[in-house]
Ligand binder design. Structure first.
Ligand code: NDP
Length: 248
């Protein structure tokens, strides 16, 4: 059995709040972390700040919404670093607007990134995992994929789709030593959420029984557990990290 140090973990959307926390945590845990990015300038700045925090990771460019771009990225990682044992499908976007005003591009962009992106990345790594008889796949969904959210028909549809994908794939690959699970964060203290006006944020926090926003480190802890060797009996499941806001 390989040690964590020998396991390559690909984290998509590593230049965002949760992605960066995942890179840091998995690096601390000893994994060979590869962060995926879209924008080179942003990646360089994130890589520098991670390096200053003692976290030296590889970063590879790829657009998760583009099947061929993901194919090239996976090939580059497997040639230069090693076979991917762990995939964290974390990249995501939101284009919030009421459905009656939603443009086709708002729908397509969110579905292509948040749902098709999960297909694109998983499809390119799954055969290798099956051959090697080991894999850990974590799909980052959202509380709003579980309960729906005003102005988010596109986002909620994509995030809800991830649950069906996770459970079906978990059934297909269980016998190959691969687990597939979903994590559904609630409101996490990221730049995006902190940019919401304070009075609105207070209204959000008032709906969270724990009485605060979640921390990115709390999401990273849960991912760390689900990708560990010890979690081989957990598959097709969803872990909600939402302070009790939605119990499902
Ligand atoms: P951020 O917006 O901070 O990060 C999103 C990341 O995804 C960025 O690195 C972004 O890159 C990347 N990304 C977007 N589109 C693509 C693409 N086509 N190809 C490659 N990378 C892409 O979001 P968070 O860190 O907050 O969220 C991470 C995940 O967690 C998302 O899936 C989100 O939906 C989910 N989530 C977040 C919650 C929260 O409270 N923050 C709550 C529930 C779920 P770039 O910088 O280049 O745009």
């Amino acid at each position: 059995m390989k040690t964590a140090k020998e396991r390559v973990a690909l984290i998509t959307g590593s230049t965002g709040g949760i992605g960066m926390a995942l890179c840091k945590k998995l690096h601390e845990e000893g994994y060979r972390v590869v962060g995926n990015f879209r924008c080179k300038e942003k990646a360089e700045s994130i890589q520098n700040s991670l390096r200053e925090a003692g976290c030296v990771i590889e970063m590879v460019q790829g657009d998760v919404a583009d099947f061929d771009s993901v194919g090239r990225m996976v090939q580059q990682i497997e040639t230069q670093i090693g076979p991917i044992d762990i995939l964290i499908n974390n990249a995501g976007i939101a284009k919030d607007v009421r459905f009656a005003k939603m443009q086709k591009s708002d729908w397509d962009d969110v579905i292509n990134t948040n749902l098709n992106g999960v297909f694109n990345c998983t499809r390119h790594v799954i055969n290798g995992m099956m051959e090697r008889k080991y894999g850990r796949i974590i799909n980052i969904s959202s509380i709003n994929g579980q309960k729906g959210q005003f102005g988010q028909t596109n986002y909620s549809a994509a995030k809800a789709g991830i649950h069906g994908f996770t459970k079906s794939l978990a059934l297909e690959v269980a016998k190959y030593g691969i687990t597939v699970n979903t994590i559904s964060p609630g409101y996490i203290e990221t730049e995006m959420v902190m940019a919401v006006p304070q009075n609105i944020r207070e209204q959000i926090v008032a709906q969270i029984p724990v009485g605060r926003l979640g921390y990115i480190e709390e999401v990273a802890e849960a991912v760390t557990y689900l990708i560990s060797e010890k979690s081989g009996f957990i598959t097709g499941s969803n872990l909600s990290i939402n302070g009790g806001q939605h119990m499902y």
